[in-house]
Design a protein around this ligand. Structure first.
Ligand code: KG4
Ligand code: ZN
Length: 343
């Protein structure tokens, strides 16, 4: 079975083809980051227009890469939500129309289920059930995953998502958008012990997160300490130290909540996915923690941490082979959509 996957929920147009016998046979990605960088964040209308411009050429390139024609496909999967409604509608219209024209099933995929299943594309992959930490620009979720479509949300963010906190802190420090990667690079040169930043919601029971207080704390610390810098070199070092202290606070909070969830659920396998799962400090901390507390962590490869078409083609293939595809006669997009609503 060959499933075409279409991702267009935010600022990446991703097109891939997953073959249930041979794995991924095409993977095309176009990132709009440069387009939005000048505005310091994603401009929804520009995102939709750029998806319109790129989506069909990328489908053609994917077919060329896999050396097949559209008529050789068995199903079309597309991200139906959550995300920016205009951007989602581009993928939904193209996906559904293509499926109708080719007389194929159209599969609506939940973007976060795509992230959640992405580590299953790897050779060393987890088995159901497992615990999953989803950390992206829009979500911070701890999910008890029993099987495909059987998801229970154990923890959520009360305000900013982890990636959003990285991006806002990067903006504060004058770094480019999206800033997670730049904070991580800067943090590697900083002293994470210089300031003691708060660990939000750690002294309360439960598995929810909150990052907006940490963001404010970071801003106040940065503004206050800048006044004491005597030259540019000191300011640059301060910037790196602030990035390191901020990153440590986020990583510490995320990993300790994972450990709490592992103890609560009894899972021994932890999947971490979404853009922030590319963070090296997060990966290293979980590796050490896993050895001590006997759990194993699974991450997607770096290129599948952020948004991509491969995870949507793969999630579509899983749903198609397990016959859990919602059939919908209309072209629909769901800007807000809980993982718990899936079947
Ligand atoms: O999953 P994703 O590509 O898009 C959403 O679905 O939101 O995640 C993007 C987020 C951004 O906030 C970005 O700054 C963050 O992932 N990110 C990182 C790193 N690489 C990307 N955050 C921390 N460290 C990184 N190395
Ligand atoms: Zn995403």
């Amino acid at each position: 079975m060959k499933i075409l996957g279409i991702e267009s929920s935010c600022d990446e147009t991703g097109i891939a083809i997953y073959d249930t016998e041979h794995g991924l046979i095409a993977d095309q990605l176009y990132s709009q980051i440069e387009l939005h960088a000048q505005y310091g964040g994603v401009v929804p209308e520009l995102a939709s227009r750029d998806h319109v411009r790129k989506i069909v050429p990328l489908i053609q390139q994917a077919c060329q890469e896999a050396n097949l024609q559209l008529k050789d496909l068995d199903a079309v999967a597309y991200t139906a939500g959550p995300g920016l409604v205009g951007a989602l509608l581009v993928g939904a219209c193209v996906g559904k129309s293509l499926a109708w024209a080719l007389d194929l099933p159209a599969i609506e995929v939940h973007h976060m289920e795509g992230h959640l299943l992405a580590p299953l594309l790897e050779t060393d992959k987890p088995e159901f059930p497992f615990l999953c930490l989803l950390v992206s620009g829009g979500h911070t979720l701890l999910v008890d995953v029993q099987s495909l479509g059987d998801y229970k949300i154990l923890g959520d963010t009360l305000d900013d998502a982890a990636g959003e906190a990285f991006d806002k802190t990067a903006k504060l420090l004058g770094l480019p958008y999206p800033g997670g990667r730049y904070i991580a690079e800067l943090a590697a040169q900083g002293d994470a012990t210089r300031f003691k930043f708060p660990r939000p919601m750690m002294n309360r029971p439960g598995l929810d997160f909150s990052f907006s207080g940490l963001k404010t704390h970071t801003r106040v610390a940065w503004e206050k300490a800048q006044d004491d810098c005597k030259n540019e070199a000191e300011t640059q070092q301060l910037k790196a130290d602030i990035a390191a202290c901020f990153q440590l606070a986020v990583v510490d909070t995320l990993t300790k909540k994972c450990l709490r969830a592992i103890k609560q659920t009894g899972h021994q396998e932890l999947v971490i996915s979404g853009g922030v799962s590319a963070n090296i400090a997060l990966r290293e901390t979980l590796a050490v923690m896993g050895q001590k507390h006997r759990f194993k962590s699974y991450f997607p490869s770096m290129k599948y941490c952020s948004d991509n078409g491969a995870m949507i083609a793969f999630a579509g293939a899983m749903r198609f082979t397990h016959k859990v595809t919602a059939q919908n006669a209309l072209i629909k997009a769901y800007p807000r959509w809980s993982l718990e609503q899936l079947s």
